[in-house]
Design a protein around this ligand. Structure first.
Ligand SMILES: NC(=O)c1ccc[n+]([C@@H]2O[C@H](COP(=O)([O-])OP(=O)(O)OC[C@H]3O[C@@H](n4cnc5c(N)ncnc54)[C@H](OP(=O)(O)O)[C@@H]3O)[C@@H](O)[C@H]2O)c1
Length: 311
């Protein structure tokens, strides 16, 4: 099958097309014919070699950890999925990712794609949507009436986080630059903050939850908007535990744990129109398409998700 791989760490020029063997299935896996995948910053962080100690994969590495497609084969123990089903997943983190025509996915990581969304829209959801869900629901235990600040609401994780928080009945503030104000208002933000003109910590107070997608000094400043008993969850850095104790808040860093059951809950929100998948940019499935997609993601100024149309 065709895949776009890297055979060395380095720039986007390392992305090349290669014929690779079809994935082999174990009894609990499903073979997915991929129709779309999406880009996440982990793709180019891994490509550059930043994660080589944490994820010491052997070359060639097929990057990509968002799958949307059609079931072509099922393992002997698979019970909830059948050939022909439309499915999506954040597959396990292996060197056999989703910049490929086919991928093998563990059954418990899969969910059915709602009928009202396309493969491209579906491919945008799993990694970013599950990260947002787990930060807000599992870590921060979001509830109706909470005041929630989402940093970088126009990004992949942020745009899902805003909508998930709204679906729980939260009041949501979010940061982005002025060009994204209309977009954030459309997806439900109650208080938009243009980070180029305002300091969020000067205009927000007594927040219950901050979802930090930026780290560094933005994470540090995020402490100031939280009330006692509030929660700071960062997907970038480890917040200072002593500072959190002094302020009486729960703070932690979070790493996504793929989960098909939670993806099915997101599918339900998508089906009801409470969450919309924002595909900001689409590229073809070629070495050139992937290179351009990576270069855009590396600017850290893409809107919504960057999707690769495979079929
Ligand atoms: N721990 C985990 O499990 C996990 C999971 C997923 C992602 N992540 C990490 O989380 C980060 C965010 O991922 P993502 O996919 O959401 O990124 P993304 O889609 O690339 O985010 C891009 C967005 O960030 C906004 N932005 C840039 N600088 C900003 C600033 N100073 N203040 C507010 N917004 C700003 C941009 O808006 P403007 O153009 O308007 O500036 C743009 O829309 C990445 O570093 C990624 O690796 C971690």
């Amino acid at each position: 099958m065709k895949a776009i791989v890297i055979e060395n760490y380095g720039s986007a020029e390392e992305l090349v097309e290669k014929e690779v063997p079809m994935p082999e299935l174990n009894d609990k896996q499903v073979l997915v014919e991929l129709h779309a995948t999406s880009i996440n910053p982990i793709d180019w962080k891994l490509r550059e070699g930043y994660l080589k100690e944490m994820l010491p994969f052997e070359f060639p590495i097929i990057l990509g950890w968002d799958a949307a497609g059609i079931v072509k084969d099922v393992g002997a123990d698979v019970s909830d999925f059948q050939i022909g089903d439309r499915v999506f997943a954040r597959p396990a983190t292996t060197a056999k990712g989703t910049y490929a025509e086919y991928t093998a996915v563990d059954e418990d990581l899969l969910a059915h794609i709602p009928e009202n969304i396309t493969f491209e829209e579906a491919a945008a959801v799993p990694l970013a949507g599950l990260t947002a869900w787990q930060c807000l629901v599992d870590f921060a235990e979001i509830k109706e009436g909470d005041k929630v600040l989402v940093q970088a609401g126009s990004g992949g994780v942020g745009s899902f986080a805003i909508q998930i928080a709204k679906s729980f009945g939260a009041y949501v503030a979010s940061t982005a630059s002025g060009k994204n104000e209309d977009f954030l208002n459309q997806i439900g933000v109650d208080h938009f903050i243009n980070y180029k003109e305002e300091n969020f910590e000067e205009v927000l107070e007594d927040y219950d939850i901050v979802l930090d997608t930026m780290g560094g000094e933005i994470m540090e400043r995020s402490f100031q908007v939280l009330k006692k008993g509030g929660k700071l969850v960062s997907i970038i850095d480890q917040p200072d535990e002593q500072k959190a104790q002094e302020k009486g808040i729960k703070a932690g860093s979070f790493w996504l744990n793929p989960n098909g059951r939670q993806l099915a809950e997101l599918a339900d929100l998508l089906n009801r129109g409470q969450v919309i998948s924002t595909v900001g940019h689409t590229y073809p499935f070629s070495a050139e398409g992937l290179r351009e997609a990576h270069q855009l993601s590396e600017t850290h100024h893409a809107r919504g998700k960057i999707v690769i149309k495979i079929k």
